[in-house]
Ligand binder design. Sequence first.
Ligand SMILES: [Zn+2]
Length: 120
Amino acid sequence: MTAPFAGDWTTGRPALAFQHCRACGARWLFARSFCPQCGGADVEMREASGLGTVHAVTLVTRAPSEALRPHAPYLLVLVDADEGFRVMAHAAPDVAIGDRVAASFRPFGSGLVPYFACVE
Ligand SMILES: [Zn+2]
């Protein structure tokens, strides 16, 4: 029996979560009521370890809003989480493709965002 889902960074709790299909085992990030792989409705939220490998990096030099301008330049990354889903997040300036990373959470704009940094 798993504990009820307690929320993640999108609800202000410093955690990274994903969905898992009990029927086929698929895993994905954005919550939906059915599995995008098999169409099954037996899906559950799970909390991720926050560990993964960097798939891509992008340096944002022009922030998308006036409120975010003081943060620029900042790094955005795509991370392949150890649990098998991909997540876009912020990252430390020295993070590069292929690096092993771990998530923490930081205030950004009006909310909390995942922030990855290298692990040894
Ligand atoms: Zn499925």
